[in-house]
Design a protein around this ligand. Sequence first.
Ligand code: SF4
Length: 362
Amino acid sequence: MICLIPVCQGSAERVAMSSFNPNADQPLNNTPLLSVRDLRVSLQTAQGQVDALRGVNFEMQRGETLGLIGESGCGKSLTALAIMGLLPERAQVLGSVQLNGAELTTLSDAQLCQMRGARMAMIFQEPMTALNPLHPIWKQIAEPLQLHQGMSVTAAKARALELLERVQLPRARERLDAYPHQLSGGQRQRVMISMALACQPDILIADEPTTALDVTVQKEVLSLIRQLVSEDGMGLLLISHDLGLMREQVERVMVMYGGTVVESANTQDLFEMRAHPYTRGLFAARPRLGLKRGTRLQTIPGHVPEIFNWPQGCAFAERCPIAVPSCAVVLPALEPVRPTVTDPLTAHWVRCPIWQTLEASA
Ligand code: SF4
């Protein structure tokens, strides 16, 4: 189950861990596959050090799917990069990220390199920029196999073919020696997926994996990712701003705004009832079937504040229809929407103490 959990503090400093084992297999009993606790990231900008993630908490078990949704600049991709250890230089990390019980925030760069590709993998938004234009695709798929599993070139090439067939790349054998520019966008994304799956990672992070694809290919690629995740029993963290896609692809959704999670619920619950004013705005702004021609979509007034202008409290305060002066001063805690349902594994959580005000005025 995916759950929100209480916070705890950790160290940002990366030090070697004597117990580090990138090949540790299954989680220990009851150890979540991925555990993120009070994850905080501050970045160095021209305006000085800014808090870009302000305490993200969740857990995920093997085989589970979790969606992160929100506007650009709210912290979705940064959360993914922090998990992968791919933050910009001089970023400061606090809190804890554990994979199979192993703390990642304290690993050295060399140790993180051993984890990436082998235990955790990421599919990026634009495969053309993520693939190396100078190497044939088989070489790029074979690289993690040679690096992490010590495969010979011949064995890695044979495995690359198997992987390309598994992701249903048409005429995979003929395309082994193709370069990225010789493939379509959908085909390149299939290559990225086969690279990500090459070493059978425990967790797959897909950051807007279909944004660059047309609608029909999007659906195919997402169904493929979901099928492969289910077959291999991985955990899937899917990042998107597409609500329809979330509804079809993930079991639980976390809505992010201003570097923190403002609402979290099982997907079905969230689609039945939204609590946070920001989530409501997002849902109201989505295009829906059946809208009359000429109907204007609703928008959320204003725009996401620049990171260095976030108020101390709720970052949505300037755009919120029910904000009160104290909102900008203190960041509210996550609280259960239904006080009687507080099981961290299944409850619906919201970071707004007066969300019912909007409910009453709706
Ligand atoms: S009412 Fe206040 S705390 Fe709630 S979403 Fe609006 S600004 Fe944020």
